[in-house]
Design a protein around this ligand. Sequence first.
Ligand code: HEC
Length: 405
Amino acid sequence: MDRVKFALLALALASCSTSAPSPLAVQQAPAPEPAQASLYQGRIAPILAERCGTCHGPEKQKGKLALHTPPAILAGGSDGPVIVAGKPKQSELVRRLHLPLADEDHMPPENRPQPSAEEIAALENWIAQGAPFDGGTGAPVPKPAPQNQVTGPLVGPADPAALAALEQAFVHVEKADPTSGLLWVDFAANAPKWSDAELAKLLAPLAPQVAQLGLARTQAGAQTLALARRMPHLERLDLRGTGIADAALAPIAGHARLESLVLARAKLSDASVEVLLGLPKLARVYLWESGVTQAGLARLAQERPKLAIDSGDETNTTALEVEPEPKFTSEAPPPGAAAVPAGAPAAVAVASLEPINSVCPVSGAPVNKKYMIVFEGRVIGFCCNKCPGEFWADPEKFRSKLPAN
Ligand code: HEC
């Protein structure tokens, strides 16, 4: 067995290892206090059942995700864990709830009933508390979850006339959460009709309150971006499909708060990499068909190793998403680490390999080049992050599914 070189892409490994059957790793929550004991049963489970159950329940598991039992929630979906105990902001489940409605990753999908702001806050709060499941089987909790984060409004009330003007123009406006006073504004309906000047005019009075701004497919340009730069609480900005160019994007440089920026289908060049590097809080950027070249993406990845770059192109993401400091678990120590258990997969970052197969030997689905291993000197591709583990558990079972030597 130890003659066999087993190499996993760092990315696939990172997601595999966290989604491996070790729910204990996720349940780092301190022992729940009795008052919180049945928060899950009383509040969280009903929300998940009502809002997500039709697609992520006992009958259907879209994205290979079920949310109706604690083990299913911990197991996550096809892309790995969906909650990070104690860290709502890093939890995929929360991220998707906050995406602009028109985003195809938004959950629940656009045309389905959406959870209320209070329900979203309850889910976040539960995850912030460590996502405890324990405590009895069902007695509903009369007490609401303790509000341990936001105590009062962060910003003053939004100008009612400005809100009315947005509503009249069919712009979607919603409170980002029940207490902070921050807003989520989305121009998705009638997007193409919005000129740069009109956007800037409608948004100017609300600059203090806007936390999430959806400008997808509008004509947003330098004016709107200069205004966005003066929105102190802006965390997410969606500019997909705007065809925005370097000069129009430039005014956003230096924004102190912006965490997520969607630039898919923009008309940028590598000059904008400089602007992105000038956003200190930027944690996630979507650059699919943005015009930024491979070299630009590589530079961004190199200078901001913690930045999640979504370039949408599988062959590129293979190279890009290899983190320089991959997190390894005990099952997969870093290459060269002293105590490598016999037979444990050694992880290496392989950026330029082509798999020998086009179909996943475990599932029969097409290969996704994000998930590759080196087995007996040959590169084998899989469809998702779960299949390499299954393959590795018993390679003989799948040998006949691989192309002959
Ligand atoms: C109408 C069906 C539908 C409803 C309702 C729905 N989802 Fe989904 N969900 C999907 C589909 C389809 C996918 C797979 C495609 C994708 O990844 O976007 C998915 C994927 C996901 C994923 C990613 C799983 C992975 O690892 O790929 C998460 C997280 C998620 N949903 C959370 C939720 C939450 C939370 C709710 C309820 C608030 C919800 N969904 C409601 C259809 C639904």
